[in-house]
Design a protein around this ligand. Structure first.
Ligand code: PGA
Length: 250
């Protein structure tokens, strides 16, 4: 895994046929990418996406996984199942899952354990609500989310964890954090990693920014000292915009 990672989070968009079309459009545009490129697709698109990325360096992510290997969990998908399909990545703890589907720091930790045990690379999302930022507790919130999710994660396993700082107020709103705000919180997260592990691990960990990152603002955000990539929602569905962001990640 490289240090810079640009990942698309397609959310609940695209049928399998549309996923293939989108990947085919992205492929030639990112073939010279110097960063890692990942597309996070709906579960039902995974087989088609895995087939479509063959011959490219694009990785494929699922958008969640359950913590048990199998069992009576109607509607759920396990990390083992993803691994069996040769999915490389899984996004965990996205704010939409926390807000709409009851994910908590503790269930994110359980999913993290299962994903790492299955050999997946995790994109762990953390971030504050607007009220929390206004209260001045952003640092505490992201520190808590990061610490709980990484509970029991060894330094060796940390090499398979990417952290995405996504202020909830910036997701899908067109209201991006300023480059300074993004960098400040990414640096705080890096300090948390230094405290949990050590300075070397903190330096090595990939910390992405996410929240209305687009073709126009990506270069400035990605130029920040502590921003090592992006988790991209809306703009990841537009091949040219996504490719511009990938090109900006040097
Ligand atoms: P956005 O989504 O780029 O559409 O704001 C980012 C995300 O939710 O990961």
């Amino acid at each position: 895994m490289g240090k810079y990672v640009i990942a698309g989070n397609w959310k609940m968009n695209k049928t399998p046929a549309e996923a293939v079309e989108l990947i085919e459009a992205i492929k030639p545009l990112v073939k010279d990418a110097t960063c890692d490129v990942v597309v996070g697709v709906p579960f039902v698109d995974l087989p088609a996406a895995l087939e479509a990325v063959k011959g490219s360096k694009i990785g494929v992510a699922a958008q969640n996984c359950h913590w048990e290997k199998s069992g009576a969990y109607t509607g759920e998908i396990s990390a083992e199942m993803l691994k069996a399909m040769e999915v490389g990545y899984v996004i965990l703890g996205h704010s939409e899952r926390r807000t709409y589907f009851g994910d908590t720091d503790v269930t994110v930790q359980k999913r993290m354990r299962a994903a790492l045990d299955a050999g997946l690379t995790v994109i762990l999302c953390v971030g504050e609500y607007l009220e929390q930022r206004e209260q001045g507790i952003t640092g505490e919130i992201v520190a808590m989310q990061t610490k709980v999710a990484l509970g029991g994660v060894s330094e060796e396993e940390l090499a398979r964890v990417i952290i995405a700082y996504e202020p909830v107020w910036a997701i899908g709103t067109g209201r991006t954090a300023t480059a300074e705000q993004a960098n400040e919180v990414c640096a705080q997260i890096r300090d948390v990693i230094a405290g949990l592990y050590n300075a070397e691990a903190a330096k090595a960990v990939t910390i992405q920014y996410g929240g209305s990152m687009n073709a126009a603002n990506a270069a400035e955000l990605l130029a920040q000292s502590d921003v090592d990539g992006g988790l991209i929602g809306g703009a990841s569905l537009k091949p040219a915009d996504f490719a511009t962001i990938v090109a900006a990640a040097k």
